[in-house]
Design a protein around this ligand. Structure first.
Ligand code: AMP
Ligand code: MG
Length: 413
């Protein structure tokens, strides 16, 4: 085996992630973004709440706004309804003793009112309401600033903005936010055997399924992806494309040609053009993963088999992209599930098998999604979770508990 790295040992996944954490430096440049386009973007600088939330004291229920001092003696209590205020309106005159105002959820609390009684707890008697007892809660009020006080930090930084976060920005009246600029990612496939769907398929060729896989996994608002197509297995051409792409991309992701066969050009090219941080990890599928750098551009050369690509993307590349956005690299969500199937596994590498996770009676169960070859897209397409088998595992018997990672945990926004 040609050696392009100092170490002969295969890195474990945690070791590989430690290298990623160590060498990848977060991008500092920001750009101004309208909140309408901020979903999935990353906020890095503390963002101060410009207003109290709620903005003012308001009714939390449909009912009557009153003065607590009017209901301190013995029940029943009779109060005069002097008007109505609904959401969006303001009741201008302060309440006088013995008065109340019909109020609806979200309406500003009238001046000098300090309680709201639910309409269900009140009897209406002409112009009056009658409260039968004083033991009910009279405090259906949302206090100004009880959720977020003006001047407080709106988010814990750094923050990947989800729908609810953009909603919070809108609730605060914010229209534009400074976000980390989009990561510029170039992706390409290598392999002379690849053809494009929709065109005739020459004998012996296969369709390029990694390009849509990469593009699909990288379709995120925080990324701007350039698809450089299939570059083939020509060393000169690959060198040229890589060189060019380094100029204006933060990251290059390639598939194929990352192993040590005669046509595996990525390891020698990366060694020639830049530096290699690691090559080959103790993970199945996805062992021949190469991570390095050309100039300022990080390069991930993934193996060619589609499921190796998916595993490497989920467990190494996307964590690295998160690091570039200054987001923490965290282990994916894992659950325990009972395996209904016998699962074959030889000891040596951490293995991600394709599983179908579901709920039965009182717990999660998982079945194998089918053949586990790293080319078996059919199994992967049926799967909704990885079954994670530790390196030393020698197989699983039906009924044993296994760790699973639901695919939904990899969806970032
Ligand atoms: P390689 O890592 O280049 O040796 O490729 C390993 C296997 O993955 C071979 O069977 C390739 O034909 C296949 N492969 C490589 N690239 C792609 C691709 N873009 N789409 C589908 N299969 C691929
Ligand atoms: Mg190849």
């Amino acid at each position: 085996m040609t050696d392009y790295c100092a170490s002969h040992e295969l890195l474990t996944l945690p070791q590989a992630l430690a290298v990623v954490r160590h060498v990848v430096e977060p991008i500092m440049e920001e750009e101004d973004c309208s909140c309408g386009r901020a979903l999935g973007r990353v906020l890095r600088r503390p963002f101060t709440a410009p207003v109290d939330l709620p903005l003012f004291d308001q009714a939390a229920m449909d009912g009557y706004a009153l003065r607590r001092s009017d209901i301190t003696s013995e029940p029943p209590y009779r109060l005069r309804v002097v008007g109505t205020v609904r959401a969006g309106q303001v009741w201008k005159t302060p309440l006088q003793p013995g008065e109340c105002v019909r109020i609806f959820t979200g309406a500003a609390l009238p001046e000098s009112a300090d309680s709201v009684v639910m309409q269900e707890h009140v009897e209406r008697d002409g112009e009056d309401i009658v409260l039968a007892n004083a033991t009910r809660s009279y405090d259906h009020i949302r206090r100004a600033g009880e959720d977020i006080a003006r001047g407080a930090d709106l988010f814990r930084m750094p923050k990947l903005l989800r729908a609810i976060d953009v909603s919070l920005l809108a609730a605060s009246g914010v229209e534009r936010v400074p976000v980390t600029r989009q990561l510029r990612i170039a992706c390409m496939t290598t392999g002379d055997e690849l053809a494009v769907p929709g065109r005739p398929l020459p004998p012996g060729k296969i369709y390029d399924s990694n390009r849509p896989l990469l593009r699909g996994l990288l379709t995120q608002p925080a990324y701007r992806v350039t698809d450089l197509g299939n570059v083939g297995d020509d060393r000169e051409r690959l060198r040229e494309v890589l060189r060019k792409a380094t100029g204006d991309h933060d990251v290059i992701v390639t598939t194929g040609g990352a192993s040590h066969g005669d046509y595996d050009l990525m390891p020698p090219l990366l060694a020639e053009l830049g530096e290699i941080y690691f090559w080959q990890i103790a993970v199945k599928p996805g062992k021949p993963l190469l991570f390095g750098r050309i100039g300022k551009t990080y390069v991930f050369a993934l193996p060619g088999n589609p499921l190796a690509v998916m595993v490497a993307m989920h467990h190494i590349v996307i964590p690295a992209l998160r690091r570039l956005c200054d987001l923490p690299i965290e282990p994916p969500l894992q659950l325990a599930a009972t395996s209904l199937d016998r699962l074959k596994k030889s000891p040596g590498r951490l293995e991600f098998q394709q599983g179908v996770l579901s709920w039965q009676d009182d717990g999660y169960i998982v079945r194998s999604a089918g053949g586990q070859g790293s080319h078996q897209l059919g199994s992967a397409s049926r799967a909704n979770a990885y079954i994670v088998l530790p390196a030393e595992c020698r197989g699983i018997a039906p009924g044993e508990t296994v760790i699973v990672e639901p695919f939904c945990a990899f969806e970032t926004v």
